[in-house]
Design a protein around this ligand. Sequence first.
Ligand code: IMP
Length: 194
Amino acid sequence: MENSLQIVFATGNLHKVHEVNEIAKGSGVSFILPPEGFDPLENGETFERNSYIKAKEAAILSDSISLADDSGLCVEALNGEPGIFSARYDSTPQKRIDKLLANLAPFGNRNAKFVCAMTLVDGNGEIIHQVTAECRGKISKVQSGSNGFGYDPIFIPDGYTMTIAQMSDELKNSISHRGKALRMMIEYIQKNLI
Ligand code: IMP
């Protein structure tokens, strides 16, 4: 590719960097992990604010254009929980799934959505662009599948009969909140930055 741009992706989660590089393949944009010491204090009250906090910390550390996502699962019958607390809902991924299924058991309404906010900042931590995307679906009664991470084994996207954890990476990326947000962000970067 003639024009290309390497961007720091503000996460400690290698799985996420792999996922965003898969989605960005062929776009001219690629992502690398932040330098050692990346440990932002995610104390914002929205996905947008937390993605900005992470992007800014990575930009200041690396002195480079940085992108961050902040994502989570919002369950309608639980008033949007676990939401921004998705990663901290309990101490392990399996305990988080068990807790969510137990809390949702009394309800007939199993509607839920994954949300992903992304913020792109320059090397000084100033916001260049921000997007938010969703993937709507339902929480299954039992968990199935072993692909992906987090709440994937209990989330059935609208229009499908399997959980995200039963999907290939390609299918997940084509419908996921993160896939949608990243494609919008890449379109912006291609038009304005490379
Ligand atoms: P973040 O890394 O601060 O954005 O934390 C998001 C948390 O939300 C993750 O630790 C997962 O528990 C959950 N989550 C976000 N995106 C996904 C996804 O694509 N699949 C499953 N769980 C997700």
